[in-house]
Ligand binder design. Structure first.
Ligand code: UDP
Ligand code: MG
Length: 138
């Protein structure tokens, strides 16, 4: 079974959108096999987004992701990486379909409510970064 790492970002947690976002995930027949609320440190956020370290938005992204609690989840299912990315919608909410999480809730590209892994190798890195193997209910 394929796995993906999902995060409900600080903006969405602060706006009490976690319940609806989790419902949208479960309604898609995506399984949640691990879940933890946590407040990432600056160092943890830097390491999580290390692939973006040379991008102009990196420092703002790290500051935002460590600005408040997030909900981290491991998702499982057939083709879950692509199906969850479809459910999230485009990175820029202006381009996101209205029935996607970002289309429904996000206000801007930098505060876009959710994260999702984009490939099998990044999913594995992100899951191992935030969870121990024994945390997964498979
Ligand atoms: N981001 C940003 N400005 C940009 C592009 C990205 O603030 O111009 C942030 C945004 O929060 C995005 C994250 O960086 O979700 C990671 O970017 P990526 O291109 O990987 O988008 P995603 O995979 O989240 O759709
Ligand atoms: Mg990405």
């Amino acid at each position: 079974m394929e796995k993906s790492l999902a995060i409900i970002k600080p903006d969405a947690v602060a706006r009490n959108l976690s319940g609806d976002i989790i419902s949208m995930i479960l309604d898609r027949d995506i399984q949640i096999v691990a879940m933890k609320m946590r407040h990432l440190t600056v160092e943890e956020a830097k390491g999580f987004y290390i692939v973006h370290q040379d991008r102009p938005f990196y420092n703002d992204l790290v500051e935002f992701m460590s600005s408040g609690p997030v909900i981290t989840m491991v998702l499982a299912g057939e083709n879950v990486i692509q199906s969850y990315r479809g459910l999230m919608g485009a990175t820029n909410p202006k381009d996101a379909e209205p029935n996607t999480i970002r289309g429904k809730y996000a206000f801007s590209i930098d505060h876009n409510c959710v994260h999702g892994s984009d490939a099998e190798d990044t999913a594995q890195f992100e899951i191992e970064y935030l969870f121990d193997n024994e945390d997964l209910c498979l």
